[in-house]
Structures are given as C-alpha cells and as structure tokens.
Design a protein around this ligand. Structure first.
Ligand SMILES: Cc1ncc(COP(=O)(O)O)c(C=O)c1O
Length: 399
C-alpha cells in the first residue's frame, strides 16, 4: 500500500491526502493484467459484449451536422436534457418514479460519490459503511475528512439494528450502502431489512447513499425496491447508478437521483469539480439509449453473465482448499469466498499468479481489522471454458 510523500525541499501536499493510501486493488490488478493470466480479479465487463457498433453510431450522430455545434459546446452542469430524461424514464420503469430534474449526470458514479461527500461531510464526521465495502467510496469519504465507521454484515448484508446502534454510538449523519449485488461481497439486502434500514435512517436522521451499479445485472430472482422508494428514506436517499456495467465504463457516465433538498448543493459541488460532464459522451449516451433496445441488450448480458456465474459456482468449491466457503449471488459480478482459518488469501494469490490465475484478496476492502482469509472472484471477464481452466489452475496452485 503506498501513501503519498514528497522529497524534502518541496512544500507539503495537503493533509487530507496524506493519510489516504492508493488502492491496493489497483496495484493488484496491475500484477494480474499480464498476458496469459486468467483473471477473476478486476470487476471488468466483458469487452466482447460492449455494443461497439451502436456506440460508434451514437458518437457519429452526436457529432453529425448541426448537432456538432451543441455537442462540442460548454453546457449545463446538471447534464444533457435528453440524457436526464432517458435516465429518469429508465428509473421510473424500474419502480423508482423519477423526473428529469431529479437527475444530476456525473462523470461515472464515482464522481457522484465525491460530490455527495463534498456536500454532506464535515471534517471529522462519522460515515457508516458496510464491512467490507467498495474501496474507492471509502477513499472519497476519507478525502472529505470523514472518519469511516464499518458496520459488520452477515450473508444478507447490513443488520439494521447494528446500523441503529452504530448511528447512536458515533452520532453519524450518513450511511453508504450497496444493497444489491454488493462490491466486493455480492450480497443483497432482503426486502424486510431494506424497510427496517429506511426506518432506522429516518429515526436517526441519516442521509443514505444507495450505490447501485449492478442492479440491472440480475440472473435469477425478482428485483428488490430501491431504498429511495421506502417509507422514511424517500426524502433522504441519494440513489447512484451508472452506464458503466450496462453500456461501457469508458463512457464515464453515471448519475445521482437527488432529493430536492440536496439538488443545489450537489450542482454547486459539480460546478466546482468540472463544470459539467463531457457533452460529447453525454450526447452519445443519450443517442445510444434512444436507439438501442436496452432490454434486449440487457437480456444478452444477463444470459452470458449468468452462464459465467454458473461456471464459477460449479467449480469454485473444488478449486479452493477443503473447508473454504463461498456465497451464490443472484446477480452482479462478484462471488465472495473465505479460505479455512489460518490461510492468507494474499499468500494464495502469489501462488496462483505463478500458475497464471488471479483473484483479489479481501483484505483491502475492510475499513477495520481485515479478515485475511477472504477473497473476491469476478466472473464476468472470461467465458465459461476459460473460467473452468482458471479454476483448474487455482486448484493446482495450492495442492
Ligand atoms: C460499488 C461501486 N460503486 C461505484 C463504482 C464506480 O463506477 P463508475 O464510476 O464506473 O460508474 C463501482 C465500480 O466498480 C462500484 O463497484
């Protein structure tokens, strides 16, 4: 893990950055990107499933004729009106009634995390997060000066009573959660807990950041409601999502559906950050959403990713040391596993890499004392036959 430091003679960098380590996951991903490695490490969508022809056409149309003048010009901070409309319509169709004015387009949902942190966190504030959690969110909160307070989770995610206790003990004003196909654990918060969590948020005066990049990637079971639809949470939930997993992460198009009370603060934070997201990317995304059959495209993604999930789950128990455990998420990109007590997943990764197979150890995702026996497998990058070969290599790496 590398922290920032400058050589002597130069003025110091800001204190808020000094304590924030660069993500060990990025460093591990650099190690695992070697040609020939079958990688279960990065949460990368399958590139062969990108709608490259559709996106090429969308960019061409966005830049064609008279549209080009508008597409290449400065624009409003809130985002391209057609794109905001399209996002609002999609959220509404998925059961979260949304108007275009509720949507702030961001440069990936990662930027929405930074803007939310800027708008809501005072230095020293306590922010509740799932343990483990998405590392780059923890970085965004740390940069805003937050003290991250991890809340222990079980196989169903957050325990609302534990959230209530932590909120009371730490005087927290904000909870960050990924309730559907969590990163890194793949866990999904059941309906009853969602309702209870919404009530806890209201009782304890918490803002809720509901981060949902994976909700559209469901391979079995029925969709669950966004926290923003539930009594108690509707006026206090920032609902984040992205085109990264359903279209392409290189587009860098995400959004936050904002409660009215926060709209202005988030827009000001975004103005200060980048004026607006790329007009070209937004216009192309709007065009793509207007022309693609998104449900058909998602059917293709769900079909193929579902097969890849099954291939991983079919072979994982046999590829890990006896006594290991893993879960069986209904969607998303990740399976969470645990080696028997006494094993260290980082040490296993070194052996796995020698056999040209990779995963991500779980320890970087913990805000407090890490469980070093845990590990995350992403199943979306490789087709089933390569997944089977990767698992055979993993089996050989420790045997
Ligand atoms: C939970 C979670 N939130 C946010 C992001 C950021 O996604 P993007 O900025 O590409 O929308 C990711 C990316 O993997 C993620 O897993």
């Amino acid at each position: 893990m590398s922290s920032l430091a400058l050589s002597t003679g130069l003025p110091p960098i800001a204190a808020r950055l000094r304590g924030v380590a660069s993500s060990p996951v990025r460093e591990i991903l650099a190690l695992t990107a070697r040609p020939g490695v079958i990688s279960f490490a990065g949460g990368l969508p399958a590139p062969e499933l990108f709608d490259a022809p559709g996106l090429r056409e969308a960019f061409a149309a966005a830049l064609a004729g008279e549209s080009a003048g508008r597409t290449l010009q400065y624009s409003t901070t809130e985002g391209d009106p057609d794109l905001r409309e399209a996002i609002a319509a999609r959220l509404t169709a998925r059961g979260l009634p949304t108007g275009a004015d509720d949507v702030l387009v961001t440069s990936g949902s990662q930027q929405a995390l930074t803007l939310a942190a800027t708008a809501l966190i005072e230095p020293g504030d306590r922010v509740l997060v799932e343990e483990p959690s998405y590392l780059a969110a923890l970085q965004a909160f740390a940069l805003a000066g937050a003290v991250v307070v991890p809340v222990a989770c079980d196989d169903d995610g957050l325990d609302p009573d534990a959230v209530a206790a932590a909120a009371a003990e730490h005087g927290a004003r904000l909870l960050y959660t990924i309730p559907t196909f969590h990163n890194p654990t793949g866990r999904t918060l059941p309906l009853e807990r969602r309702r209870a969590l919404a009530a806890v948020a209201e009782r304890h005066g918490l803002w809720l950041i509901e981060d949902d990049p994976y909700g559209e990637l469901r391979y079995r079971g029925e969709p669950l409601p966004s926290l923003a639809t539930l009594p108690g949470a509707d006026d206090r939930t920032l609902a984040l999502s992205t085109l990264s997993k359903v279209a392409a992460p290189g587009l860098r198009i995400g959004w936050v559906r904002t409660p009215p009370a926060l709209r202005r603060a988030l827009v000001i934070a975004k103005q200060a950050a980048d004026l607006h997201s790329s007009t070209v990317d937004q216009a192309a995304a709007a065009r793509w959403l207007a022309t693609v059959d998104l449900d058909a495209h998602l059917e293709v993604l769900r079909g193929e990713y579902g097969r890849r999930r099954d291939a991983l789950l079919d072979g994982l128990a046999g590829a890990l040391p006896p006594g290991s455990t893993h879960n069986r998420p209904d969607g998303g990109m990740f399976v969470w596993a645990r080696l028997p007590d006494g094993w260290d997943s980082d040490a296993l990764l070194r052996r796995a890499l020698a056999h040209d197979v990779a995963f991500v150890p779980g320890y970087p995702f913990f805000a407090a004392e890490p469980d070093r026996a845990t590990l995350r497998f992403s199943f979306t990058t490789h087709p089933p036959v390569e997944i089977a070969e990767g698992l055979a290599r993993l089996r050989r790496s420790w045997g």
